[in-house]
Design a protein around this ligand. Structure first.
Ligand code: SAH
Ligand code: SF4
Length: 441
């Protein structure tokens, strides 16, 4: 029996309708694939269950002919194999009856984003160029450290927000990634790192001793199995709070104890400051928050983070103070990209301290050396200036480490997440920025 959500007509794959992304800063028409109830149609008519919650898988199985009880049981089994064991073939699901497995395989698939290119940096950083089934490219980065391994996950293809120092913001094409495409990045990373348990009781022995280096690490049980992928940051392409529902549902799958089981304390969502969605982020997802502040005056922030024209600094800091779950034990990270002669003066550093104190924020500041790209309108501050800035913030009682750039030889650092296929000339970038700024009013 054909499920109603599995169109046999391949034409839906290419149908394109404009999509409104929340917020006014959406000057570009946005193509949207014919996604029905979160399921991206496939040419073979099968339904990809990656990204679907357990209850939805059960409903699909019931639609395909199973009685409610059997559907619920099978959904539970499929879910376990899918997210806990990383299996992509129904044939491998050994606790499901042998005759049932081909029945499932005829109707469903367990997908992964397509890998277009995989790069390995000399410092161990890895970058993957991935492609959606409707042909959009996006990227994912894995950054191994001595005590953790962080996967940097994308939430959108491109970004509507056009921060002037960010390469992703110059991409013309934008579309939200689906739940499956977001959680699929974590699944792919686990595949690539070989980190799925092989069988019952095959939990790896602890091979790495993790130190509690900061407050994010107070739930260390996940790492005791010696896995490399320990942390997730929503800091790849896109603004995660402009794709709130899909990011939320994907992170719920990542955090589910029956599946990938990553602690919410090891997940950080970074936003440029989409205030209306911040409270929901704390309430409905409950992960750590990072805020891309980057400037302390209206003029400068308006220029480099244009969404500031809509959601200003003081309102943003108030929203941070109200963020559910923020405390001295779970501080909010403020990201601050160091731009030469733009936002890096002693006065800027003192004003940063004053603002964070005014709102009594449990804060830490991450100073990010600007990562230049061809035609970028800024330069990185000098190492001395960054150090002086860091010291001033530190003297104000707030920790302000300088982030070491990683994976530069493969363009894997922040803001470099842009495919070469999308690269544009300087003139084209200027025109795009002007066009998008005009749309801001
Ligand atoms: N859209 C979200 C998350 C993705 S950007 C946000 O803006 O927070 C992730 C981080 O990379 C942000 O702090 C962003 O400001 C920073 N970034 C972007 N381009 C950069 C560049 N060229 N050099 C250094 N950091 C950059
Ligand atoms: Fe978008 Fe973040 Fe880049 Fe700004 S810094 S353009 S919000 S991805």
């Amino acid at each position: 029996m054909e499920h109603p959500n599995s169109p046999t007509d391949g034409a839906t794959l290419t149908s394109i309708t404009p999509m409104a992304i929340p917020g006014h800063i959406d000057p570009m028409p946005v193509p949207r694939p014919g996604i029905v109830d979160g399921v991206t149609p496939r040419e073979d008519g099968k339904v990809d269950v990656l990204g679907l919650p357990k209850a939805r898988i059960a409903a699909l199985l019931a639609d395909a002919g199973l009685d409610a009880k059997a559907a619920k049981l099978r959904a539970k089994q499929v879910y376990h194999w899918l997210y806990h064991r990383g299996v992509t073939e129904f044939e491998a699901m050994t606790d499901i009856a042998k005759t049932m497995r081909p029945w499932l395989a005829e109707r469903f698939v367990i997908g992964r984003p397509e890998i277009v290119e995989a790069q390995h940096s000399s410092d161990g950083t890895r970058k993957w160029l991935l492609r959606t089934t409707d042909g959009h490219d996006f990227e994912m980065v894995f950054i191994p450290d001595a005590d953790r391994g962080t996967l940097c996950v994308s939430s959108q293809v491109g970004c509507t927000l056009n921060c002037r120092f960010c390469h992703t913001g110059t991409m013309r094409l934008v579309r939200n990634l689906t739940v499956g495409e977001i959680v699929g990045q974590v699944m792919l990373a686990r595949d690539a790192l070989g980190e799925w348990p092989k069988g019952a009781g095959d939990i790896r022995p602890a091979t790495i001793v993790f130190e509690n280096d900061d407050d994010d690490d107070d739930e260390g049980s996940y790492t005791s199995d010696g896995r490399l992928l320990t942390n997730i940051v929503m800091m790849g392409m896109g603004e995660p709070l402009y794709n709130f529902e899909n990011v939320r549902d994907a992170l719920k799958l990542v955090m589910d104890g029956d599946g990938l089981a990553l602690s919410k304390r090891r997940i950080t969502l970074s936003t440029s400051g989409v205030i209306p969605q911040m409270e929901r982020c704390g309430q409905e997802i409950g992960v750590n928050l990072a805020v891309s502040l980057h400037a302390v005056t209206k003029d400068v922030r308006d220029e480099i983070v244009p969404v500031n024209k809509k959601y200003g600094i003081e309102d943003l800091l108030q929203a941070c103070a109200d963020y559910p779950g923020a405390s001295n034990a779970r501080r909010i990270t403020f990201e601050y990209v160091m731009l030469k002669d733009k936002n890096d003066s002693d006065d800027d550093a003192r004003e940063l301290v004053r603002l964070l104190k005014k709102y009594k924020l449990p804060a830490k500041v991450n100073l990010i050396p600007f990562n230049p790209w061809p035609g970028a309108p800024y330069e990185c501050s000098t190492p001395d200036r960054i150090r002086a800035f860091s010291n001033l913030v530190f003297d104000g009682g707030i920790s302000a480490p300088v982030r070491t750039p990683r994976g530069r030889d493969i363009d894997a650092a922040c803001g470099q997440l842009k495919t070469s296929a999308e690269k544009k000339s300087r003139a084209e970038i200027d025109r795009l920025l002007a066009e998008k700024e005009a749309a801001l009013g």
